[in-house]
Design a protein around this ligand. Structure first.
Ligand code: HEM
Length: 162
């Protein structure tokens, strides 16, 4: 699926774009583009069997998280700090602390985001930079080990990732 983002007009934003040509928020087309990325991300999380463990951590209705992650990413990607404006400051580690996030779960999160980025109208340089940034951030939120994932038997029976 290809998401059509509104084109960024050089006549409206020439100075900003010259000063910061790789601002991902602008390259995505602003808030609307960020929301499209987040929608794609949660659609993938919702339907991918590899992401079932992450999906199970979320509420049945993803509407609230679509909103929260969109607002957060607007600021994180170089746009306005909409999440802070609405909810106040948050600590990412504290937000994720109630959930058992092992390396496999972190990878699944990054894969969903990487696939969602594939569907965005982004230049390769920005896309690669974002993949790296998301993957690094996800790995920093890993807070649990998963001993059973190390058992050879689990590998043979295809239990990993469940
Ligand atoms: C490492 C894998 C990750 C897992 C398993 C995970 C899981 C979760 C879960 C379960 C929630 C709460 C959902 C709910 O309350 O219904 C959450 C909230 C959130 N996550 Fe993650 N997350 C991960 C990585 C990330 C990354 C990399 C980012 C940002 C780049 C992020 C940004 C957020 C934000 C902004 C919220 C909402 C904060 C709030 O408004 O309270 N998460 N995440």
């Amino acid at each position: 699926m290809t998401i059509a983002f509104p084109s960024v007009s050089f006549t409206r934003h020439p100075i900003d774009l010259e000063a910061d040509p790789l601002n991902p928020y602008k390259e995505l087309g602003g808030e609307m583009g960020v929301r499209a990325l987040v929608d794609r991300f949660y659609d993938l999380m919702d339907t991918s069997t590899g992401a079932a463990a992450i999906r199970a951590m979320h509420q049945p209705d993803l509407a609230e998280m679509r909103e929260r992650l969109s607002l957060f990413l607007c600021g994180w990607l170089g746009g306005p700090q909409l999440h802070t404006d609405r909810y106040g400051p948050i600590c990412m580690r504290t937000v994720h602390a109630p959930f058992e996030i092992d390396a496999r779960t972190g990878d699944a999160w990054s894969r969903c985001m990487s696939d969602a980025l594939e569907d965005c109208a982004l230049g390769e340089t920005t896309r690669d930079a974002l993949r790296t940034a998301f993957t690094r951030t996800a790995s920093m939120l890993v807070n649990a080990k998963r001993p059973e994932a190390l058992k050879p038997q689990a590998r043979r029976t295809g239990d990993l990732g469940k």
